[in-house]
Design a protein around this ligand. Structure first.
Ligand code: MG
Length: 337
């Protein structure tokens, strides 16, 4: 039994800007688990929003007693063991959990979407994300995304209206808007959303900081547009979120992997909430893991591997927004280089 991991810099095709950061390169930590001749892969895409770095991921991996992973079928035990090491480190935990799932699928000879009881054809179309840019840059990016039927637009800086107007100058396709906690007061959020409502926007993601749940509840009582929790899903439970939000954005890297994300899917359904499946900037390892879960959700936002130019793996594809899962066992990923 062997656990190896290595850093890899994912290069973005375009500088990617959201309300709190701007990046050209995203360092991830890829992971390989080997047991009984089966090689399984995982990936951590650490996120500064949750105090994670490649160093913190490697530090977490170093603390793992590999013997605790000796039976990958014991997913509950393994997840409890990982949680006993630290209350944080969701992306590092996700990497291990994803590798355990890949191993199980390969051992059983089934693709993970089947293991989860899903059907490939039920995977919703994925949005393509347009990061924050100048109006000219936005127009260029929207034109490049011409084949994608639904766009996700990042806002949350003072140029929101310029961005949406630039998008609308070239397309009338449906938009989903993500403020990444960028609007700091409920009055500002209300103004912005009332304006967005006149621009064919389907829903708004994380309009205000995760901690401002009372303000989000106030906001929800005054608008018709659904509000989706993203950053807030890392710090509040589903029953609390259901009082302020209409849906949630699950990400394997934020929520600690496939087992935990599946539990969140069922909890959210029990509270009548809508579910989006999102991602960080990730290679095809992390994106394929999410793609296998995607037949169980309402909306997909799985474009993390489409935004990079040096994907070290090949797996589930996103062709013009259509998620294409293969029928290889486990994640169905192979190392490309
Ligand atoms: Mg988001």
């Amino acid at each position: 039994m062997k656990l190896d991991y290595w850093r890899y810099d994912l290069r973005l095709k375009h500088t990617f800007t959201i309300s709190r950061s701007s990046r050209d390169v995203v360092p991830v930590v890829l992971l390989k688990f080997e047991k009984d001749g089966i090689i399984a892969y995982g990936e951590a895409s650490p996120n500064a929003r949750y105090n994670e770095t490649p160093d913190s991921v490697e530090h977490f991996f170093k603390r793992i007693d590999v013997e605790e992973l000796s039976d990958p079928f014991k997913l509950e035990h393994i997840n409890e063991y990982l949680d006993s090491l630290s209350p944080h480190d969701a992306s590092a935990k996700a990497a291990i959990d994803i590798a355990m799932h890949d191993w199980i699928g390969k051992r059983l000879g089934v693709p993970l979407y089947k293991f989860f009881g899903g059907e490939k054809r039920k995977a919703p179309l994925s949005t393509f994300t347009i990061g924050i840019d100048t109006p000219e840059g936005i127009v260029e990016k929207v034109k490049e995304a011409a084949n994608y039927p639904v766009l996700k637009i990042k806002v949350g800086l003072p140029n929101d209206e310029d961005i949406i107007n630039a998008v609308r100058s070239v397309t009338d396709k449906p938009l989903r808007v993500d403020a990444n906690e960028g609007w700091k007061s409920k009055e500002e959020a209300l103004d912005r959303i009332n304006w967005l409502a006149t621009r064919n926007v389907e829903f708004i993601e994380q309009p205000m900081p995760a901690a401002q749940i009372d303000d989000t509840r106030w906001l929800r009582e005054r608008i018709r547009m659904p509000i989706i929790a993203d950053e807030a899903l890392a710090s509040h439970d589903i029953s609390t979120l259901s009082t302020a939000y209409d849906g949630i954005n699950i990400k394997l890297q934020k929520n600690g992997g496939l087992l935990k994300s599946r539990k969140i899917v069922y909890a959210a359904r029990a509270h009548g909430m809508k579910i989006m499946l999102g991602c960080m900037i990730e290679s095809s390892v992390g994106i394929s893991a999410a793609a296998h879960l995607s037949p169980l959700v309402d909306w997909n936002d799985l474009d993390g591997n489409v935004l990079i130019s040096n994907d070290p793996f090949k797996g589930a594809l996103n062709e013009d927004g259509k998620i294409i899962l293969n029928d290889e066992p486990g994640l169905g990923v192979i190392q490309a280089h």
